[in-house]
Design a protein around this ligand. Structure first.
Ligand code: BGC
Length: 754
C-alpha cells in the first residue's frame, strides 16, 4: 500500500483533469513501466471476460477462481463484459486496492449500436448518409455505456463487405470504402469526443484488422485471400479514417489473410499499422483468436501461438489466456524480446492515462449518473432521429405513401409487425428484450385510421437467441387464412416482413437471401386479395426480394432500427418524415451474383457483342444488374438533376476542379436528397473501378425549389494506391458522374496532367 502511495504521488501530482501533453504522458507511462515487474507487465496484456457474479462472493475453485487470483495479483489489464456501476466498481476495486501497483482496469464491451437505448444497426445507420446523426448516435452509446462503468467499446466495425451472405454486414457501413471511411471517422468521433478524460466519452476500437469482410463464400470466420490493390484501396481506407479520428485501439481478426492469420500477421500489425501508419494505440486480439491460430494450422500449441501473436504486434490477449501463461517463459527462452512487451504495455498504459483512470479509477462508477443517463428522453430522441434517417424508400409506385392520416382502413400484417424484440437487431448485449417500439405501436399513435392487425405466420420456432441456433418456421401456416381475411376490403395493407433480430450478426451467414420461412407465401396470399400493399422490410442485410419488387407497389427498407423502430417507421409511412436514406450496399437479384458491388472492374469483355454471341462477362440465367443499386433511395419528393458544369476540362494533378450542377425538387413535398459524386479513372497502373464514390452532400429543397450544388475534386479525390505502392494521382483521362444513386444521371469528362 505504501509503495502504491509513493507511485501515486510521484506519478500523478501534475496530471490534473485536462489532457496531458504527449511528452508528459510518455514520461508518466515510462516511469510507471519502470516500476513494474515482468509479470505485472504481461498482466497488462491480458484481458478476461466477466467471470463470476462479481457482486457475489469471489469463487474459490475452478477456472473463475484462477482468473480471480490473477486479477488480485495484478495479472489482468482489462476485462470485458463486466457492466453496470456496481459490478465494475467491484472489479476495479480489486485492481486498484488489492494489487501491488494499483493499476486500474480498462473495461471493454461491445457497444455496437447503443447500450440500453438502441440505435439502428450500423448498416442501417450507414443508410442515413448523415454523419452528424451517426456521430450523435455513437455519442449517446458512449454516454450510456460510460454511465454504466464501461470505458472502451469494441466498435466501430469498419470492415468493408460486398457479400450479403455474411451476417456481420449488419455491423458495418456496407460496401464502399469512401462512405465507410466517412462513417468510421464519425463513429470514432462520436464515441471518443475530443476529450477522453470526460466521464461520458469512451475509447473506440477499429475492427477487424483486416479483411474479415471478405470471408470466402460469405461464411463467417472463413479464409480471406485478397491482393494488394484491394487491401489498400478498399479494405484499409476506413481503418485509416479511424486513425485520423484518433481511434485509440484496433482489434485484429479471426480470419487468415493470404495464408497468415490476421492475429499473427506482422505485415498487417507491425509493417502497415504500427510502422507505415505510425499508429501508437494498441491492438487487442479478437476473442480467443490467438489460440485459434492452432486450428488455422499456423501454431502447434498455445505457447507458439503466443509467441507468434506478440511478435506480430497483437498487444492484448482477449480470452486465449496464452500471454499470461507463456510470455515469461518465451522471454526467458529468447523467443520474445522484452522490448516488444514494453512497447505493448506502454500502449495500454497510455490509454489508461488518457482516459483519466489514474486520476479517478471510479470515474465511470457513479450510480446517480447511471440512473439519469441510461434510457433518458434525450437519448431516445437521438436514436429516433437517426432511425428515421436510416429508412430507405426502395420503391413507391402509385400513391399509397405517404398514408393519409384519416379515413383509411388499414390492415397490418406480418410476423414482425408487432414484434418488440427483432427490431432491436443483433449485437445488443446490454439491451433488454422486447423493448423496441413495434410497428403496431408506432402506427397506433396515428389514431385517425382504422387499424387491424394479424401476424399471418410465425417467423421462427421457439425462442431466438444470440448464442444458440434458431429454427425458421417452414410448416406452420395457421395464421395465413386470418391474415388474408383481414386484408380484404382494406384501403392499404402494411406488411412487415424480414429477418428476426438475431438472423444477422456474428456466425449468421446465409446461403439464401430470400424472405425466410413462409413469408413470401404469406405475401403472395395477401396480394391475391389486395394489391395495395406497403411492404416494410425489417432486416440486417440486403435481400433478394425479386417477386416483391415486381409486384408490390411500395417497398420500405426499415432494417432493424433499434428502440424507437415503430415510431420511426410510422413517421415515415405517414409522411411526418420524408424518407432520405440511400442504400450503403447493393441488393442482388440472386445469391449467384455475389459478390456484387457498384465499383466493380470493367473486365476485358464488358459488353454484349450482340447476335447471340455468348463470349462476354455475364450470366446465362440472370442479368448483371442488381435489384437495387448502391446509393439508391427515394423520397416522396422528386429530384431532377441538370446543368453539369466543370470549372475546367483539364487540370494539373495538384489543382482542384469545381463541379457544379442544378438540383430541382419537382414535387409538392419538401425533401432531402443525398447527391453523390463518382469518378472513373479510365486508365491506371492498376485497373480502376467503373465508378468510385468520392463525395456526397445532403440537400434539402422545398417544393419547386432548385439549388446549384458544388463539389471540389482534388488530389485526395483522384489518388489511389498505384502499382508503385504509393498513393498518387496518375495523369490521364477521367469521368465525373453525378446522381442520386450509383446509377448516375449526369456525366462529364476531364483530364489530369503532370
Ligand atoms: C467478435 C468481436 C467482439 C468480441 C468480443 C468476437 O466474437 O468477433 O467483434 O468484439 O467477440 O465480444
Amino acid at each position: 500500500m505504501k509503495l502504491k502511495l509513493i507511485i501515486c504521488v510521484g506519478l500523478f501530482l501534475n496530471l490534473g483533469n485536462s489532457q496531458v501533453s504527449k511528452n508528459s504522458l510518455d514520461q508518466k507511462v515510462d516511469s510507471l513501466l519502470n516500476l513494474m515487474t515482468l509479470q505485472e507487465k504481461i498482466g497488462q496484456m491480458n484481458q478476461y471476460n466477466g467471470f463470476w457474479n462479481v457482486t457475489g462472493p469471489a469463487p474459490t475453485n475452478g477456472d473463475a477462481a484462477n482468473k480471480y487470483a490473477h486479477l488480485k495479483s495484478g495479472l489482468v489489464g482489462s476485462m470485458l463484459n463486466v457492466r453496470g456501476v456496481a459490478e465494475v466498481r467491484k472489479v476495479q476495486k480489486i485492481a486498484v486496492e488489492e494489487t501491488r501497483l494499483g493499476i486500474p482496469l480498462i473495461i471493454g464491451f461491445d457497444v455496437i449500436h447503443g447500450y440500453k437505448t438502441l440505435s439502428p444497426i450500423p448498416l442501417a445507420e450507414a443508410a442515413s448518409w448523415d454523419m452528424e446523426a451517426i456521430r450523435k448516435s455513437a455519442e449517446v452509446a458512449a454516454a450510456e455505456s460510460a454511465a454504466s462503468g464501461i470505458n472502451w467499446t469494441f466498435a466501430p466495425m469498419v470492415d468493408i463487405s460486398r457479400d450479403a451472405r455474411w451476417g456481420r454486414v449488419m455491423e458495418g457501413a456496407g460496401e464502399d470504402p469512401y462512405l465507410g471511411s466517412r462513417i468510421a471517422y464519425a463513429r470514432v468521433k462520436g464515441f471518443q469526443g475530443d476529450d477522453l478524460t470526460l466521464p461520458h466519452t469512451i475509447a473506440a476500437c477499429a475492427k477487424h484488422f483486416a479483411g474479415y469482410g471478405f470471408s470466402e463464400s460469405g461464411r463467417d470466420y472463413n479464409t480471406v485471400d485478397v491482393g494488394t490493390s484491394t487491401l489498400y484501396n478498399t479494405i484499409f481506407p476506413p481503418f485509416q479514417a479511424a486513425i485520423k479520428a484518433d481511434v485509440k485501439t484496433f482489434m485484429n481478426a479471426f480470419n487468415e489473410l493470404n495464408g497468415i492469420p490476421a492475429t499473427g500477421n506482422s505485415f498487417l500489425q507491425r509493417d502497415v499499422l504500427k510502422k507505415e501508419w505510425n499508429y501508437n494505440g494498441f491492438v487487442v486480439s479478437d476473442w480467443g483468436s490467438i489460440g485459434e491460430m492452432i486450428n488455422h494450422g499456423y501454431a502447434k500449441d498455445g505457447k507458439q501461438a503466443a509467441s507468434i501473436a506478440v511478435n506480430a504486434g497483437s498487444d492484448m490477449d482477449m480470452e486465449s489466456y496464452v500471454y499470461v501463461k507463456y510470455l515469461e517463459e518465451l522471454i526467458d527462452e529468447g523467443k520474445v524480446d522484452v522490448k516488444l512487451i514494453n512497447d505493448a504495455v506502454k500502449r495500454i498504459l497510455r490509454l489508461k492515462f488518457e482516459l483519466g483512470l489514474f486520476d479517478d479509477p471510479y470515474k465511470y462508477c457513479n450510480e446517480e449518473r447511471e440512473n439519469a443517463v441510461i434510457g433518458s428522453k434525450e437519448n431516445n430522441e437521438a436514436v429516433l432521429d437517426v432511425a428515421k434517417k436510416s429508412i430507405v424508400l426502395l420503391k413507391n409506385k402509385g400513391s399509397l405513401l405517404p398514408l393519409k392520416k384519416s379515413g383509411l382502413k388499414i390492415a397490418l400484417i406480418g410476423p414482425l409487425a408487432a414484434d418488440k424484440n427483432s427490431p432491436l437487431g443483433s449485437w445488443r448485449i446490454a439491451g433488454d428484450d422486447n423493448t423496441a417500439v413495434s410497428v403496431l405501436e408506432g402506427l397506433q399513435k396515428y389514431s385517425g385510421n382504422i387499424l387491424t392487425h394479424q401476424k399471418g405466420v410465425e417467423l421462427t420456432i421457439g425462442k431466438n437467441a444470440f448464442i444458440t441456433e434458431t429454427k425458421i418456421n417452414t410448416t406452420n401456416r395457421k395464421g395465413i387464412k386470418e391474415a388474408v381475411e383481414a386484408a380484404k376490403n382494406k384501403d392499404v395493407v402494411v406488411m412487415v416482413l424480414g429477418e428476426y433480430g438475431f438472423q444477422t450478426g456474428e456466425a449468421r451467414s446465409r446461403t439464401s437471401l430470400d424472405l425466410p420461412g413462409l413469408q413470401d407465401e404469406l405475401l403472395k396470399a395477401v396480394y391475391a386479395v389486395n394489391k395495395n400493399i406497403v411492404l416494410v422490410l425489417m432486416n440486417g442485410r440486403p435481400l433478394t426480394i425479386n417477386w416483391a419488387n415486381e409486384n408490390i407497389p411500395t417497398i420500405v427498407e426499415a432494417w432493424h432500427l433499434g428502440t424507437q423502430s415503430g415510431n420511426a417507421i410510422a413517421e415515415v409511412l405517414y409522411g411526418d418524415y420524408n424518407p432520405s436514406g440511400k442504400l450503403p450496399m447493393t441488393f442482388p437479384k440472386s445469391v449467384g451474383q455475389i459478390p456484387i458491388y457498384y465499383n466493380y472492374k470493367n473486365t476485358g469483355r464488358p459488353t454484349n457483342p450482340g447476335n447471340d454471341i455468348v463470349f462476354w462477362s455475364h450470366y446465362s440465367d440472370e442479368s448483371n444488374e442488381p435489384l437495387y443499386p448502391f446509393g439508391h433511395g427515394m423520397s416522396y419528393a422528386n429530384f431532377e438533376y441538370s446543368n453539369l458544369i466543370l470549372g475546367a476540362t483539364s487540370i494539373k494533378n495538384i489543382d482542384t476542379l469545381t463541379v457544379s450542377f442544378t438540383l430541382k425538387n419537382t414535387s409538392k413535398y419538401e425533401g432531402k436528397e443525398v447527391v453523390q459524386l463518382y469518378i472513373r479513372d479510365l486508365v491506371g497502373s492498376v485497373t480502376r473501378p467503373v465508378k468510385e464514390l468520392k463525395d456526397f452532400k445532403m440537400v434539402n429543397l422545398k417544393p419547386n425549389e432548385s439549388q446549384e450544388v458544388t463539389f471540389e475534386i482534388s488530389k485526395e479525390t483522384l489518388q489511389f494506391y498505384t502499382a508503385n505502392n504509393k498513393w498518387e494521382v496518375e495523369p490521364g483521362d477521367f469521368k465525373v458522374f453525378i446522381g442520386g444513386s450509383s446509377k448516375t444521371t449526369l456525366e462529364a469528362d476531364f483530364s489530369v496532367t503532370e
